[in-house]
Design a protein around this ligand. Structure first.
Ligand SMILES: Nc1ncnc2c1ncn2[C@@H]1O[C@H](COP(=O)(O)OP(=O)(O)OP(=O)(O)O)[C@@H](O)[C@H]1O
Length: 385
């Protein structure tokens, strides 16, 4: 009976998660269709304007030559008059053609300008930051504790996604957030970074409400590795120097070794000068994530927020990611969103979230006994039989 109920709950959860994913997929598909249609419209106009203006100009010249030639033959005008007319026409038509070309360029320029204006219209983060004042900042340097105290939150204009979330990440320890898709795990990291403000309760770093800390002071203490960590086109070295512009090559190589990426620089004759491609396409998903971790390590933040990649990693990449996480956890407070439970079985504490609520807190061994949801997640990943 109990297992039938558990199966029904599990099925309901799967349906709810897949509905959220379907909504997101529909929105993305809608935007992609709009962009595709706009691209087609631009291509059509460009395909029409170019040939049409060429045909018009050449046709006008042919007409003038035909009519003018006939009039010269009839003795109505002199050859000089015809040549002069053709020259006048040439000097008139050339700027007209350029004007048409300039118009199409103006249109695409206006499109780009609209995009820039959109970005400029995004309100600056500092605005509405009235509560932030330089109060006693948490002790700089060492790892800090993070405390969520009955935190409630909803994205602007959306329904609440977090409800009364309370737990503490003790300084210098590793806490993992697990739960089904859409449970609110990444949102918790966004709140620590103050990308959004909590709407209820409080979120504290070493006992200080983050809303009372200037954003730059707060973020100087945090390292954040996103789920889809951005990698810039350029070399391995350029990507690493973003966070530590003065770091010498041997420091960069040491950090790459720490996250199991040493082979990237070793196997290429260019070493750290090896290209990673547009958006890091020459790297695997796991390598991109570990490059982002290496970059964060170079900045040396005492608190690290890590959103593990959801994409499938092969066993080797998964083991490499686990070793990289072990390396970054040393002497740091680590709050990690874990999609792969194997990367967190030895976390000091695991927080299980479901539907924006904390449903269980404990170690892997405790949760496999006390939390049906955790047990279900662990069973799916073959961590318990
Ligand atoms: N920028 C946003 N604007 C509006 N709603 C959002 C935004 N980001 C996330 N959400 C919604 O908030 C809820 C929690 O999302 P969140 O990304 O925190 O979940 P998650 O547990 O990290 O999921 P996943 O494991 O799939 O990454 C979801 O319902 C999601 O659709």
């Amino acid at each position: 009976m109990t297992s039938a109920v558990e199966r029904a709950i599990s099925a309901a959860r799967t349906i709810r998660a897949s509905r959220a994913e379907t909504r997101e997929a529909e929105t993305v598909a809608g935007s992609a269709a709009e962009a595709y249609a706009a691209g087609l419209r631009v291509a059509r106009v460009q395909a029409l304007v170019g040939p049409a203006s060429t045909v018009t100009i050449q046709g006008a010249f042919l007409l003038v030559l035909a009519v003018g030639g006939a009039r010269v033959a009839a003795g109505a005008i002199s050859v000089g008059d015809l040549v002069a007319f053709v020259m006048f026409l040439f000097f008139l038509v050339l700027p007209l053609g350029q004007a048409v070309h300039a118009y199409t360029q103006l249109q695409s320029g206006l499109g780009a300008l609209a995009r820039i204006e959109e970005i400029l219209a995004v309100p600056e983060e500092g605005a509405g930051d009235r509560r932030a004042r330089p109060v006693v900042a948490p002790a700089a340097g060492g790892p800090a504790a993070i405390r969520f105290d009955r935190v409630g939150f909803g994205y602007p204009g959306g329904p609440p996604v977090l409800h009364g979330v309370s737990f503490t990440v003790p300084a210098g320890t590793r806490t993992a957030l697990v739960g089904p898709s859409g449970a609110g795990k990444s949102t918790l990291l966004a709140l620590v970074e103050r990308f959004y403000e909590v709407t209820e309760g409080a979120l504290c770093l070493d006992g200080v409400d983050v809303r009372n800390l200037p954003r730059d002071a707060l973020r100087a203490r945090l390292g954040y590795v996103e789920q889809e960590a951005p990698v810039l086109a350029g070399t391995l070295r350029e990507n690493l120097l973003i966070t530590a512009p003065d770091a010498p090559d041997d420091r960069l190589l040491a950090v790459l070794d720490e996250v199991n990426l040493g082979h990237l620089a070793e196997r290429a004759p260019e070493g750290l000068g090896v290209q990673v491609g547009e958006g890091g396409v020459l790297l695997s998903g796991g390598e991109r994530q570990r490059l982002a971790i290496a970059r964060t390590l170079l900045a040396g933040p005492p608190v690290l927020l890590l959103d593990e990649p959801t994409s499938n990693l092969d066993a080797r990449n998964e083991a490499a990611l686990r070793r990289a996480i072990d390396a970054v956890a040393v002497r740091r407070t680590l709050l990690i969103v874990a999609h792969r439970l194997s990367t967190v079985v030895d976390a000091d504490q695991i927080v299980v979230l479901d539907g924006g609520r904390v449903v269980a807190v404990g170690s892997h061994d405790e949760l496999t006994v006390t939390s049906p949801l955790y047990r279900e997640l662990a069973t799916h990943q073959l961590l318990v039989s």
